[in-house]
Design a protein around this ligand. Structure first.
Ligand code: UGA
Ligand code: MN
Length: 245
């Protein structure tokens, strides 16, 4: 099956560095289609040029987050992930049977091992695995008994129906297509509940397929990049040539 990675991304000083790390990983994964969705009113030249040279099958989308939702404490990238879902559904709408495919949401700042892709490729409906460096702990993970998810090891809001980060699950294309209305919602979605709100629409906890040796191996990390210090950027004496950053 093809792995579709939906990556929301937005303009900031570290953007190209993040995308470079991500492309260097994805390039090593067979049959991966990268759906990069810019949080912007138009496709930027930086990302267009970057993708053209990235050497990966990709689709470049864009949708701006409405200004009212650009606030601390509100979920990020809702519109961008939905744009990726809409593209996938549109692309496969005329097929009688879904082509084998697996979707996952790959934020641009996380760290992904290559083993993760081998694990998710065998997803039948919805698969799950641990995520490192999240929830105020070294990792969060689904608790597994007899091959079934029975609960969650997490340091944060253990009452979430699916106490899992965006980086902790994959969904088969078949499930995406047979639940055409499943999307990320702004209304009523509290911070940190996006994953649960989405997963509730397409699966149940009992149905989840544990990966990474019954969820005992961390294969993806919720790393976050430090905000860069640009205090010494010149205000007047600008560099005399145009530099691609
Ligand atoms: C956590 C989760 O890991 C995310 O999946 C979730 O979207 C996010 O919380 C949330 O609050 O909604 P965190 O590291 O705090 O992640 O969020 P970011 O990595 O800053 O953003 C998640 C993704 O959205 C990234 O791919 C980022 O490039 C993108 N983003 C962020 C935008 O497209 N626009 C923005 O204004 C901010
Ligand atoms: Mn992040």
């Amino acid at each position: 099956p093809t792995i579709y990675a939906i990556t929301p991304t937005y303009s900031r000083p570290v953007q190209k560095a993040e995308l470079t790390r991500l492309a260097n990983t994805f390039r090593q994964v067979a049959q991966l289609h990268w759906i990069l969705v810019e949080d912007a009113a138009a496709r930027s030249e930086l990302v267009s040029r970057f993708l053209a040279r990235a050497g990966l099958p990709s689709t470049h989308l864009h949708v701006p987050t409405p200004r009212r939702y650009k606030r601390p404490g509100l979920p990020r990238a809702t519109e961008q992930r939905n744009a990726g879902l809409a593209w996938l559904r549109q692309r496969h709408q005329h097929q009688q049977r879904a082509q084998p495919g697996v979707l996952f949401f790959a934020d641009d700042d996380n760290t992904y091992s290559l083993e993760l892709f081998q694990e998710m490729r065998t997803t039948r409906k919805v698969s799950v695995w641990p995520v490192g460096l999240v929830g105020g702990r070294r990792y969060e993970r689904p608790l597994v008994e007899n091959g079934k998810v029975v609960g969650w090891y997490t340091g944060w809001r253990a009452d979430r129906p699916f106490a899992i980060d965006m980086a902790g699950f994959a969904v088969s294309l078949q499930v995406i297509l047979s639940n055409p209305k499943a999307v990320f919602k702004r209304r009523g979605s509290q911070p940190g509940m996006q994953e649960s709100d989405f997963l509730k629409q397409i699966t149940t906890v009992e149905e989840l397929e544990p990966k990474a040796n019954n969820c005992t191996k961390v294969l993806v990390w919720h790393t976050r990049t430090e905000k860069v210090n640009l205090a010494n950027e010149p205000k007047y004496h600008l560099d005399t040539v145009k530099i691609e950053v």
